[in-house]
Ligand binder design. Structure first.
Ligand code: UT7
Length: 344
């Protein structure tokens, strides 16, 4: 084991416990779209720079009267509709843009969508949050603690990004996605077959929102050392994807679809090349949504279903990298389901 592997968790799912199976997918985007040309003139940027350096053409923004919880609840309801169920046994919520630091938002989401007193907690793994939440929810099912879990990811980065900072303001958008996980056999389409999770706190300062005690000396806005993160994002997502693909007994070339975190189209392209996949076998939603942090993977899944890039039976790998630093991957054979999407 190399030093860089220490502490990393990677494993295939054994056949002795129930597996966690994706049974429904829901998304919700704010109705307000800000395209590159509509960004403020004094931001000192251009449509050409944003498109060629990031692949982003537009991003969604919450209106002031709505909160990230409204987005989360709507995506959660859509996932329940997609799964054809009214109830779940637990809820895990991934976000790093909550309305408040305390308490966790998951119990309120569970209450607002009529799930009563189920176990509910938040996960803050930034852009890897959805996959960390998926692994945690999968573990609750595999351990027999509950037989179904709603995994919800929602972000409102427009509330924490400095609107006058061109290095971040053009990149991020608001949005939400959710899946229903339920217990099922490992050979059922939709079963999560392997997980890989890792972190590197040495890079904790590279992506951050200052805490209250730090704010008097600095400012309160989100900050990212984009260039320093860029190469690590490609490196870690490539290695992490290879680990779950190997744990499934697959070869990387046999993947039908790779769904990476959506931060930058150049990162997505480099990762695709590293894994030896043709461009049509990678999901890319950046043009429409920008970087929606934890929500980006469920939104990209819904986008791939809408364009028929993703179909039942597809060998699918999901991979993410972000603040922490943190990374995560999982793999599955895509199930038969109809995603439910709406706008708010
Ligand atoms: O989601 C979690 C993980 N995050 C990521 O994976 C993000 C990884 N990083 C990236 O995607 C890219 O590094 C960015 C999109 C953030 C930046 O792209 P880049 O090609 O790395 O640009 P850069 O930061 O090296 O900046 C190049 C130039 C600079 O100007 P000078 O110093 O060369 O004169 C910047 O000031 O581009 C300038 N610049 C811009 N110019 C026009 C930075 N942002 C903008 C902008 N419009 N919006």
């Amino acid at each position: 084991m190399s030093a860089s592997d220490l502490g990393r968790v990677s494993r295939g799912v054994s056949g002795t416990h129930p597996s966690a199976v994706i049974a429904g997918l829901g998304t919700c985007l704010p109705v307000t779209a800000i395209d590159n040309a509509s960004l403020p003139d004094d931001l000192d940027t251009s449509d050409e720079w944003i498109r060629t350096r990031t692949g982003i053409r537009s991003r969604r923004r919450l209106t002031p009267e709505l909160s990230v919880l409204d987005l989360a609840c709507e995506a959660a309801r859509n996932a329940l509709r997609s799964a054809g169920t009214d109830t779940v046994g637990g809820l895990v919520f991934a976000t790093t843009t909550p309305e408040r630091p305390c308490p966790a938002a998951a119990p309120e989401i569970a209450y607002r969508i009529g799930q009563g007193r189920i176990p509910a907690f938040d996960i803050a793994a930034v852009c890897s949050g959805f996959l960390y939440a998926l692994a945690s929810a999968g573990a609750l099912i595999t351990a027999g603690i509950t037989d179904s879990v709603l995994v919800v990811a929602a972000e409102a980065y427009s509330r924490v990004v400095d609107p006058t900072d061109r290095s971040t303001a053009v990149l991020f958008g608001d949005g939400a996605g959710a899946v229903v996980l339920r217990a099922g056999p490992a050979d059922e389409p939709g079963a999560l077959l392997a997980y890989d999770l890792g972190s590197d706190g040495e890079g904790a300062d590279l992506i951050r929102i200052p805490g209250p005690r730090e704010q008097p000396t600095g400012d309160r806005w989100f900050a990212m050392a984009g260039r320093k993160v860029y190469l690590q994002a490609i490196e870690q997502m490539a290695h992490s994807t290879l680990r779950v693909v190997k744990d499934c007994g697959w070869s990387p070339e046999s993947l039908d679809l790779l769904v990476p975190h959506q931060a930058n189209a150049r990162i997505v392209e480099a990762l695709t090349r590293r894994l030896g996949l043709p461009p049509e076998r990678v999901a890319c939603e950046l043009a429409r949504t920008g970087n929606t942090a934890a929500a980006s993977i469920p939104l990209a899944l819904a986008g791939a279903l809408a364009t028929h890039t993703l179909a039942p039976g597809a060998r699918t790998a999901l991979t993410a990298f972000g603040g922490g630093l943190s990374w995560a991957s999982t793999a599955l054979t895509w199930p038969q389901l109809t995603a439910v999407s709406s706008e708010l």
